[in-house]
Structures are given as structure tokens and as C-alpha cells.
Ligand binder design. Structure first.
Ligand code: FAD
Length: 369
């Protein structure tokens, strides 16, 4: 049986390691963090209910809030996508990491925290037979060590948690603000954790050559935010980075990339957990099929793109559309879309993860009528 080394104990690394251990492999996972929760509040934890249920990860102890809809603000237009059912959960990322760290350990994974590997350390693991899995995030050292091609597009983020009266209008709704003034190529968001605590964040394209913290400051002074923040105090704040295009190549010899290291994220929202986990499972199966039946490891690339590439491309196309059109155009477009019933369409058929599933649901119901 081949030896497996996973670099990165983020959620995707923990899942790929657990899956491989369940296939019977000897798996060691390395991470520079001293505890598995460290740094987890740099990112948010909004995940679709359906995606989480299908993911097979542990999350029940990590849920801090439930969401039933979203308000998308484009200048003077607001698109309300609101349902009575729970659509998504807000998870505590630290607790989620902990739950899934336990799951990996129970499966027999040897987790070595406090081990940040440099390029030489990573290259030295390549003895020709060990399978190396880079699950080391957006700025992957594994990708650099083995000269994988670069990811083309990144979003720089800045987010802060606030607590105060008047901050949260409806704890079941996320607000997304689209404006080139503060969120060039992305958006600003308010995600409620409870009726008194919310996370505010902003993302900007790396190509804008601006600082995400400065964009965040502009965001907090725009729209209805000064009013909502007037009685709120900051709890903590973080800057981070999200890849929003997939890496052109994600397998080379015995080295595979998964999760943010492979750019397996939704370009529209930057959400990378559901697709990252789904691709981690494809990676684990590819390693298993290679070990058991000699199937080429390089087929991992074809398999994950075949299963999830269409949805990721649809997200990329939507992202590219709203990043390039003018605000006036977008405002007009939303006005027309609302008049044509876009709000009830998204409320009925919407899916946070899979635009292709949304279209399938729509056409199937139309055909059934
Ligand atoms: C502001 C923000 C908000 C987000 N919101 C959401 C959301 O609501 N929903 C969602 O689905 N996704 C969201 N994402 C994206 C999501 O956080 C990522 O897609 C996800 O964390 C990717 O997981 P990963 O395991 O691939 O990488 P990471 O979580 O980045 O984990 C990589 C791990 O590798 C380790 N590592 C890196 N280099 C080395 C090295 N050289 N040696 C050893 N260890 C190393 C790191 O310490 C880290 O633990 C958000 C991201 C950001 C920045």
C-alpha cells in the first residue's frame, strides 16, 4: 500500500486524509498551525444546507445560525430572495475544524500540527512512490514546490465581527452589497451570527491593486451601514485571500492538489468548502483506484472537472459578468429581472452551489406542468 502525505489540515485536507484512511491507507497530515482551530476565523462559514448534508462532514456542533434568504443590493435596487425554509447554516469555522479533526483521528490519520513545511521539505517527500496531496490553501507551497501553473484570479478580503443593537435587522437574512466604490470585482456582505452579532466583510479583485482594509473602511461608510454600525463595537478583524479561478493543472506525477490549492471555489461568492470537499473525495477515490487497479492517477483531473467543472464554470461566468458591466447597467438589469419575476424564481429554484441544478429544477417543473 502506498504512503500518503497530506499537506494542510484545513477542512479539505482533513476530509481527504480521513477518506484515504478509510480506504485503508497509511496517512500523515502536516500543518503549520499549533491547533486545528487556529486562523479559522479569517474566513466565514456560510454553507448551504443541501451541500452540507451531502458533504458527509461533521457540522452539527458548529451551527451558530440558520439562514432563509438573502438581499442583494445593487445601487438603488434590491433583489430579495427569501424563503420560509432554512437554506443555509452559519458555522463556527473553529468548531467545524475541531469536529472534523476528531473524525480524521478516529479514522487513523496521523495529524502532525506545528509542522510548517518549506519548499525543500516538501520536495524531499517525493520519493517516487509516496502520494503527496497539497491541501495547503490559496497560496499553495506544494504547487510552487512542484511548479504547477498559477491560479489567475484572487479576491482579497477583509472582514470584522461586530456586536451591537440595531446591527442585525433579520438574523435569517444575509445582505450582499455590489458596488465598484468599495468592492471592485466582488461584493460587501453582512452575515448575521445572532440577533446582536454579525460579520461584515468585503472582497476586491487582486488586480485592483488596492488594500482590502481600505475597501472595508469605505464599505462601512456606505449605504445603510453607518446607521447599522452606530451602536456596534468590533470584536475581531482579519484579512485573507480567496482563489476565484481553478488552477489549470491539479495533478502531476504523484502530486495532487485539492481545495483552495486547486482553486476549487465558487467565483461568485468565494465559497470553497462544498466543492473542495467534493473534489477531496474524488482525489481520495483516484488514489484508491490507482493503488488497487492501477488506474492512472492523472485521471483525477478529468474526474473532478467532469463532476464539478460545469458548475464552477457557470459561477465563473456570472462573476465575470457582474465584475465587468457598469453599475448603471446592473441596476437596470436587476430592475428588469425583478419585473420578470426573478425574486420568486430564485426563491423557488435557487441553489447556492449548483446553478446547473437550479436550471434543471426549473425545466423539470415546467415540463411536469
Ligand atoms: C473572508 C472569507 C470568507 C469565506 N467564506 C466562505 C463561506 O462562507 N463558505 C465557504 O464555503 N467558503 C468560504 N470561504 C472559502 C473557504 O474558507 C475556503 O475555500 C476553505 O477554507 C478551503 O479549505 P482548504 O482546506 O482548501 O484550505 P485552508 O482552509 O486554507 O487550509 C490550508 C491549511 O494548510 C496549512 N498550510 C499552508 N501552507 C502550509 C505549509 N507550507 N506547511 C504546512 N501547512 C500549511 C494552513 O495552515 C491551513 O491550515 C471564505 C474565505 C474567506 C477568505
Amino acid at each position: 500500500m502506498k504512503k500518503i502525505v497530506v499537506i494542510g489540515a484545513g477542512i479539505v485536507g482533513l476530509v481527504v486524509a480521513r477518506e484515504l484512511a478509510n480506504y485503508g491507507f497509511e496517512v500523515t497530515i502536516y500543518d503549520g498551525k499549533r491547533s486545528v482551530e487556529e486562523g479559522s476565523d479569517k474566513a466565514s462559514g456560510i454553507l448551504s444546507k443541501r451541500g452540507l448534508e451531502l458533504s458527509g462532514i461533521r457540522y452539527k456542533k458548529s451551527v451558530i445560525n440558520t439562514l432563509h434568504g438573502a438581499r442583494l443590493h445593487f445601487g438603488r435596487q434590491t433583489l430579495n430572495v427569501n424563503t420560509e425554509k432554512v437554506q443555509a447554516y452559519v458555522l463556527d469555522r473553529g468548531l467545524m475544524a475541531k469536529e472534523n479533526y476528531e473524525a480524521a483521528k478516529e479514522a487513523g490519520v496521523d495529524v502532525r500540527l506545528g509542522n510548517r513545511l518549506d519548499i525543500e521539505g516538501i520536495r524531499s517527500m517525493d520519493d517516487g512512490s509516496t502520494v503527496i496531496i497539497g491541501a495547503d490553501g490559496a497560496v499553495s507551497m506544494v504547487a510552487r514546490a512542484f511548479s504547477f501553473p498559477n491560479i489567475k484570479d484572487y479576491i482579497l478580503t477583509y472582514k470584522a465581527e461586530y456586536e451591537g443593537k440595531g446591527l442585525v435587522e433579520d438574523s435569517g437574512l444575509v445582505d450582499l452589497y455590489f458596488s465598484k466604490d468599495f468592492a471592485k470585482g466582488f461584493f460587501g456582505w453582512i452575515a448575521p451570527y445572532s440577533s446582536a452579532i454579525a460579520e461584515l466583510g468585503v472582497g476586491i479583485t487582486e488586480k485592483s491593486k488596492k488594500h482590502s482594509k481600505m475597501a472595508f473602511e469605505v464599505f462601512t461608510k456606505s449605504a445603510d451601514l453607518p446607521l447599522r454600525l452606530s451602536n456596534a463595537k468590533t470584536i475581531k478583524e482579519h484579512a485573507s485571500i480567496i482563489p476565484v479561478s481553478s488552477r489549470p493543472k491539479t495533478v502531476k506525477g504523484n502530486v495532487l492538489l485539492v481545495g483552495d490549492a486547486a482553486g476549487q471555489t465558487k467565483a461568485t461568492t468565494g465559497g470553497g468548502i462544498i466543492f473542495g470537499i467534493a473534489c477531496a473525495k474524488v482525489a481520495a477515490k483516484s488514489v484508491y483506484m490507482n493503488g488497487k487497479h492501477g488506474r492512472k492517477l492523472s485521471l483525477y483531473e478529468r474526474d473532478w472537472r467532469h463532476s464539478y467543472g460545469t458548475d464552477l464554470k457557470l459561477h465563473a461566468a456570472l462573476h465575470s459578468y457582474y465584475s465587468t458591466v457598469s453599475e448603471k447597467h446592473m441596476e437596470r438589469f436587476i430592475g428588469i429581472a425583478k419585473a420578470l419575476g426573478a425574486e420568486s424564481f430564485f426563491s423557488k429554484y435557487g441553489d447556492m452551489d449548483s446553478p446547473s441544478l437550479m436550471l434543471k429544477r426549473f425545466f423539470l417543473r415546467k415540463m411536469a406542468k
